[in-house]
Ligand binder design. Structure first.
Ligand code: SAM
Length: 512
C-alpha cells in the first residue's frame, strides 16, 4: 500500500514518473511515443482549465502515462472548489499501470484530506481503437488535458489507418486521432487542453483534423515555446518538433485568440501575452484554415502587413513544385562523375544560396543525372526557375533560402532538380531573368521569412503553405527584380532595402 509523505503530493507523483522512465529503454519509449510531461508544464496546462459548471467533474486522459496530467488537473479542479472528480484514463502500456494507479491514489488521498471525492477508472486499452466517443456506456467529459503519443503509422496496414475517418479525413499522425477522439468525447462547453507538435496548425496532411477541431470548438488560447528542445521530461534528441499548448472550448464561437509565448521553465507563468482577432490567427481565406502563430506583437504586425498584400502566391500566377528526383529511388541514374556524357546537373539544396544557385561539377557533393531510358519521369525541361530549399536546419537563421537558376547556365534540354528543393515558375509562361531575381529577392527578404514563420513551425518548407501565402503582384516582383539582378551574392544584406519599399512594409532583422 502506498504511503503518502508529508511533502507536496506532486513531488511523489514526479518521482513515480521518473522511476518509470528509468525502467524503460529509449527504444521502448519511442515506440509508444512516451514523451512525458514535466511537472511545471503539467501544472501550467491544468491552470488553463476554468471552473467546470457541474457537480461531478468528468476528466478524460488519453495516453495517461504515469498520470501526471490527470493529477495536476484534478488538483486544479479541487483548488477551484470542485470537490467531486471522476477521471477515466486510457494507457496502452501495461507496464505503466502500477505507477499510474499509485499516482491516482496519491490524488485520492489529497482529495480525502480536503473532504473531496476523487474516483478513477484506468483502461489499459488502445484509446484510438476503443473510441470512447462512440461507447454509449461512457458519458461525455467536462475536461480533457492530454499529451498524446506522436508517431506516424502505415496508412495501408496499420489498425489506426482510417480509425477516426468518421471524424476527419487523412492519416497524418497518431496524435491527430487522439485530439479528434478526445474532442468528440467531451460535451458542449467542455474544455480540452493539449500539448502537441505544432505541425497540425499548418500542412496539407493535417487539413482534415484542423478543420474538424476548428469546426467543433473554439481555439481560444495558444502557448508557444521559444525553444523547442526543453519541453519534455525525457528529452532525447528525437524531440525536434516545435510543441504548442492549445485550449479548445467545444461548441463555442470565439472572436479572439490569446497567444502566449515563453521559455519552457518556471517563466511559463510570465509569458508574453497578446489577444488577437480570430481572423488574424485562423486564415479563413482558403480551405486550408492554417493557424498562424505570431510569437510577439511585432510578429503580429508583420502578419497584418502581409495580409494587406494584394494577392496570393498562386493568385499572382506562380507555381511551385517539389523537384522530381528522389535520389534513393533513382540510384541507377545518379553519378558522382559529373563529366559522364549524356548526363545533366542534379541540383540539390547545397547548390542554393541566397539569390544564386551554383553547380560547377567540381564540388564533392555535386552529382549528375544520367539521361538513361526513362529519365523523362525524373527530369524537367530546362528553363529559368527559382529554387527554394525545402529544408532548413533548425540552427539556420533563415527558413527561406532561394536562388535563381537560369536556363542559359547549362546547354541541355532537360535538367535535374532533387526533391529536397522546390522549383518555382510562372504558370503557362517562361519566367524571365528579371522576374526570377524579383522572386528570389522576395523569398530571401527578412520580412517574408518572418511572415512564413508565423504560418509554419516546420523547418520544412512545404509547397502548400507557399501557394496560399499572401504575395506581391507580378508587377511588384518585376520591379524588385530590376534592382535585385544587379546585386552580388555578398550583398544579400541589401535585399530588404530593395524589397521593403516596393511592398510598402517596414521590417529588418535589426528591428526584432
Ligand atoms: C506522450 S506520452 C504522455 C504521457 C502522459 N500523459 C504525460 O503527459 O506524461 C503518451 C502516452 O500514450 C501512451 N499510448 C501510446 N499509444 C497509445 C494508444 N494507442 N492508446 C492509449 N495509450 C497510448 C504511451 O504509452 C504514453 O504513455
Amino acid at each position: 500500500m502506498y504511503q503518502q509523505s508529508l511533502i507536496d503530493p506532486k513531488d511523489d507523483i514526479t518521482s513515480l514518473q521518473s522511476a518509470f522512465l528509468r525502467r524503460k529503454t529509449a527504444q521502448a519509449r519511442k515506440t509508444l511515443g512516451q514523451f512525458f510531461t514535466g511537472s511545471v508544464v503539467s501544472d501550467y496546462m491544468a491552470s488553463l482549465i476554468n471552473k467546470p459548471d457541474t457537480e461531478i467533474v468528468r476528466l478524460l486522459d488519453a495516453g495517461a502515462g504515469t498520470g501526471i496530467l490527470t493529477a495536476s488537473t484534478a488538483l486544479r479542479c479541487l483548488e477551484l472548489g470542485c470537490t467531486t472528480v471522476h477521471a477515466v484514463l486510457y494507457e496502452l502500456d501495461s507496464e505503466a499501470i502500477p505507477s499510474l494507479d499509485q499516482t491516482l491514489r496519491i490524488v485520492q488521498n489529497t482529495f480525502n484530506q480536503q473532504h473531496g471525492i476523487f474516483s478513477f477508472d484506468i483502461r489499459c486499452e488502445d484509446f484510438v481503437l476503443a473510441r470512447p466517443d462512440k461507447d454509449k456506456h461512457i458519458r461525455r467529459f467536462d475536461v480533457s488535458v492530454i499529451n498524446p503519443p506522436y508517431f506516424k503509422y502505415n496508412v495501408k496496414n496499420s489498425p489506426y489507418a482510417k480509425a477516426a475517418a468518421d471524424l476527419y479525413h487523412g492519416d497524418p499522425n497518431i496524435y491527430a486521432s487522439f485530439m479528434a477522439i478526445a474532442m468528440a468525447s467531451i460535451k458542449d462547453g467542455g474544455q480540452m487542453v493539449t500539448i502537441t507538435p505544432r505541425s497540425f496548425t499548418n500542412g496539407l496532411y493535417f487539413k482534415g483534423v484542423r478543420s474538424y477541431l476548428l469546426t467543433r470548438s473554439a481555439l481560444d488560447l495558444v502557448h508557444i515555446f521559444k525553444h523547442r528542445n526543453k519541453v519534455f521530461k525525457n528529452n532525447d534528441s528525437a524531440v525536434l518538433q516545435e510543441n504548442i499548448i492549445c485550449r479548445f472550448i467545444k461548441g463555442k464561437e470565439h472572436k479572439t485568440v490569446t497567444v502566449r509565448s515563453s521559455d519552457c521553465d518556471a517563466r511559463i507563468y510570465n509569458a508574453e501575452e497578446e489577444k488577437y482577432p480570430l481572423e488574424l490567427i485562423i486564415d479563413s481565406s482558403n480551405d486550408q484554415r492554417i493557424i498562424r502563430i505570431p510569437e510577439s506583437s511585432y510578429e503580429a504586425n508583420i502578419l497584418r502587413q502581409a495580409e494587406a498584400f494584394p494577392t496570393t502566391f498562386e493568385g499572382a500566377g506562380y507555381f511551385i513544385s517539389t523537384g522530381p528526383v528522389v535520389e534513393h529511388r533513382t540510384q541507377e541514374y545518379i553519378t558522382e562523375d559529373t563529366s559522364t556524357p549524356d548526363s545533366v546537373p542534379l541540383y540539390r539544396p547545397h547548390n542554393i544560396t541566397p539569390l544564386t544557385v551554383t553547380w560547377t561539377g567540381t564540388h564533392k557533393k555535386e552529382l549528375s543525372f544520367k539521361l538513361n531510358i526513362g529519365h523523362e519521369k525524373h527530369t524537367i525541361k530546362n528553363g529559368t526557375f527559382v529554387l527554394l530549399k525545402r529544408f532548413s536546419s533548425k540552427d539556420e537563421k533563415r527558413r527561406l533560402v532561394s536562388g535563381v537558376y537560369l536556363e542559359s547556365t547549362h546547354n541541355c534540354k532537360v535538367i535535374g532538380f532533387g526533391n529536397k528543393t522546390n522549383y518555382i515558375g510562372v504558370k503557362g509562361e517562361k519566367l524571365t531573368k528579371v522576374e526570377a531575381y524579383g522572386l528570389a529577392a522576395v523569398f530571401n527578404s527578412s520580412f517574408i521569412d518572418k511572415y512564413f514563420r508565423c504560418i509554419s513551425g516546420n523547418t520544412q518548407v512545404n509547397a502548400t503553405e507557399i501557394r496560399v501565402m499572401r504575395f506581391p503582384t507580378r508587377e511588384q516582383v518585376k520591379q524588385i527584380g530590376e534592382q535585385a539582378q544587379q546585386l552580388k551574392t555578398i550583398e544579400t544584406n541589401k535585399i530588404d532595402l530593395l524589397v521593403n519599399p516596393v511592398l510598402g512594409v517596414m521590417h529588418s532583422d535589426q528591428q526584432e
